[in-house]
Design a protein. Structure first.
Length: 339
């Protein structure tokens, strides 16, 4: 008998750390983890098995399908926004072709197992592309179907993969005579900027928030690449993990759409700086604007409308800005660097 497991790709990433810990704590599901790099020491005892490899390796994915009864896929592996702008073709290969490989794996598993496999896909506010600051400020909270005109390769990859998820779950091989009735159960969350205390930021354009905190804790000077008045939505990592697991647990018939906004608070860069200085009075945080990165952040909304998630599956963040900093980020980051 093959063992029932949850597959998590990109296991070493910011979301991967929190997700693996939370699923292990719940004790209901065994985890198979996949990442390009060796799994972090703190996670190895939490997973049933770790595979070091590439989501572009179809032989590896075929092995997973043969050896395990995968009931859910959390596809977290991606090349993030800043790195994607330096190597856009590589980003497309990883973010799109890698996702197609995982979607096909999910479809094959659904057909083989005779029931839909859940496919949880973290998307991003990078899918939005507002044309000017004036329109950005005027529009306020953006709904899922508005301004999906991204100006980054990462954003283009994400919105395309959302549509691929819709295709693979609703229309895959729709003209085939032998089309299987067991379709993939694709579910997507568009995350705002995520702030984690467990991992160091690794290439997101919204990372100026967490980078301030980590640099301050290490007593290093930080040159923030956006203006002080820059404002986009953020969320503490525990709420991101909560949202993913909450969406995964909802019956399919309760969902009115495949992609959902979630958010928590929308501080300015200066407000994040002030919170950091209160916690780390020795902080040396300067604003040195990077025009190209600033333009990217300016194309993202001030806030997003997450009312469909609240209505369909009871989404509600536990961490507002004050609690994110005082109860989660500051204590954990201080403890991290004290060691």
């Amino acid at each position: 008998m093959r063992e029932e497991v949850v597959l998590i790709t990109g296991a070493n990433g910011e979301i991967g750390h929190g997700l693996i810990k939370r699923i292990h704590q719940e004790g209901k599901k065994k985890i198979i983890a996949l990442d390009l790099k060796p799994l972090d020491d703190g996670l190895t005892h939490l997973v049933q098995r770790f595979f070091q490899g590439d989501i572009l390796d179809n032989m590896l994915l075929g092995r997973l399908m043969a050896e395990y009864e995968i009931t859910s896929i959390f596809h977290l592996a991606s090349l993030l926004s800043t790195k994607s702008e330096y190597t856009p073709e590589t980003a497309h290969k990883v973010n799109v072709e890698g996702t197609i490989n995982l979607l096909r794996l999910g479809v094959d598993l659904s057909q083989w197992q005779g029931k839909p496999v859940k496919f949880l896909y973290p998307s991003s506010i990078a899918v939005y592309g507002l044309p000017s600051l004036e329109i950005k400020n005027k529009e306020g909270k953006i709904k899922e179907y508005q301004w999906c005109t991204p100006i980054t390769m990462y954003g283009c990859n994400k919105i395309y993969c959302e549509n691929l998820g819709r295709y693979y779950s609703k229309h895959y091989r729709q003209l085939a005579i032998d089309r299987s009735p067991n379709a993939l159960d694709f579910r997507c969350i568009r995350f705002p900027g995520l702030i984690s205390a467990d991992t160091v930021p690794t290439g997101g354009t919204s990372d100026y928030g967490p980078e301030m905190l980590h640099h301050a804790a290490m007593n290093k000077t930080y040159d923030c690449f956006v203006r002080p008045d820059t404002r986009i939505p953020f969320m503490a990592m525990p709420d991101a993990i909560k949202a993913l697991l909450q969406l995964a647990s909802v019956p399919a018939e309760s969902l009115s759409q495949l992609s959902y906004n979630v958010t928590s608070f929308s501080p300015s860069a200066e407000e994040i700086r002030q919170c950091t200085i209160r916690a780390f009075p020795q902080s040396k945080i300067n604003f040195k604007n990077h025009p190209s990165r600033q333009a990217i952040v300016d194309s993202w909304p001030v806030d997003v409308d997450d009312s469909p998630a609240r209505k369909d599956w009871g989404w509600e963040p536990e961490y507002d800005m004050e609690r994110s900093f005082t109860d989660y980020l500051i204590p954990a980051i201080k403890d991290r660097y004290k060691k």
